[in-house]
Design a protein around this ligand. Structure first.
Ligand SMILES: [Zn+2]
Ligand SMILES: [Zn+2]
Length: 280
């Protein structure tokens, strides 16, 4: 069992109402060894008419983490952030991650041409094939920026939200043929992404939210994890992407066997931006 959750959101993230302390209490209840909080900072996130901004006061965040460390000295809290990558944000993101003593930085692509594919409006602009293609194309551009992150977040995020996947999700169906098709049609793009990450010395994560979203698989799916390992990738963190306490360490019991089947013998936790390898 992996007892450390390395992708967790709290009410510092605009899309979560969960107080940080409740996540800590849940972590203690689940007998986790640590939580690395990774609240969202997405600079210049477009206004979708709902006032959602994806920013928080970083000084307040560090002060809250310090206070909780004092209240729960037996439980390890680590200080991370999930930043939304875009080429024109390189300086702002680096000023953030170098301006504070973060333990861990996840870099993610949440926007395609300034729209989050989470919103159905995105799929009115793009066919499914074109939306996926464009997502991976922008992922490559984002990795090539000089933004200083440790691992790249949820590589195949886009397939959680495609109209086809939304249809299967509404019917409660896990469609393995669709997952296979998503892998096959983007295999070259994903290979290029993995090469870019490896060339920059960056890791990836296995994010269990895909299971919660009805994909029946992690993000990225196992075939991508296996490919990363085949190409020599070793740095892999494990996170639930929980926004509510009920999803903390979600489906983690499946992860050791899953990673081993993809060829991994270790998973990674970051402290002070340094990777530590832990045997599976
Ligand atoms: Zn994310
Ligand atoms: Zn997240």
């Amino acid at each position: 069992m992996i007892r450390s959750d390395n992708h967790v959101h709290t009410s510092f993230s605009t899309d979560s109402d969960t107080p940080m302390e409740q996540m800590v209490l849940k972590g203690i209840e689940l007998d986790l060894s640590s939580i690395c909080f990774t609240d969202h900072i997405d600079y210049d996130f477009p206004d979708m008419g709902n006032g959602v901004e994806f920013l928080f006061d970083v000084d307040e965040y560090f002060a809250k983490l310090a206070a909780l460390k004092e209240s729960y000295p037996q439980f390890e809290l680590r200080r991370g952030v999930e930043i939304g990558l875009k080429p024109d944000l390189t300086e702002r993101c680096n000023a953030l991650v170098h301006g504070y003593p973060f333990d861990f930085v996840i870099g993610s692509t949440h926007l395609v041409d300034n729209v989050d594919p989470y919103y159905p409006a995105f799929w009115e602009q793009y066919s499914e094939k074109e939306g996926i293609r464009r997502y991976y194309e922008l992922t490559m551009e984002n990795i090539k920026t000089g933004i200083d992150f440790d691992v790249y977040g949820h590589i195949d995020y886009i397939i959680r939200y495609t109209p086809t996947q939304q249809k299967y999700k509404a019917q409660g169906i896990i469609n393995e043929a669709y997952m296979e098709k998503c892998f096959r049609e983007s295999a070259d793009a994903v290979d290029e992404i993995l090469h870019l990450l490896l060339a920059r010395g960056k890791g990836i994560e296995v994010n269990t939210a895909g299971i919660k979203y009805g994909l029946g698989h992690t993000n990225p799916q196992e075939k991508v994890l296996k490919r990363y390992r085949e190409l020599g990738g070793e740095i892999i963190t494990v996170g639930s992407d929980a926004h509510e306490t009920k999803h903390l360490a979600y489906a983690f019991e499946r992860i050791p066997a899953l990673l081993q089947s993809c060829g991994f013998r270790y998973y990674t936790e970051f402290r002070g931006r340094k990777p530590e390898m832990i045997a599976l």
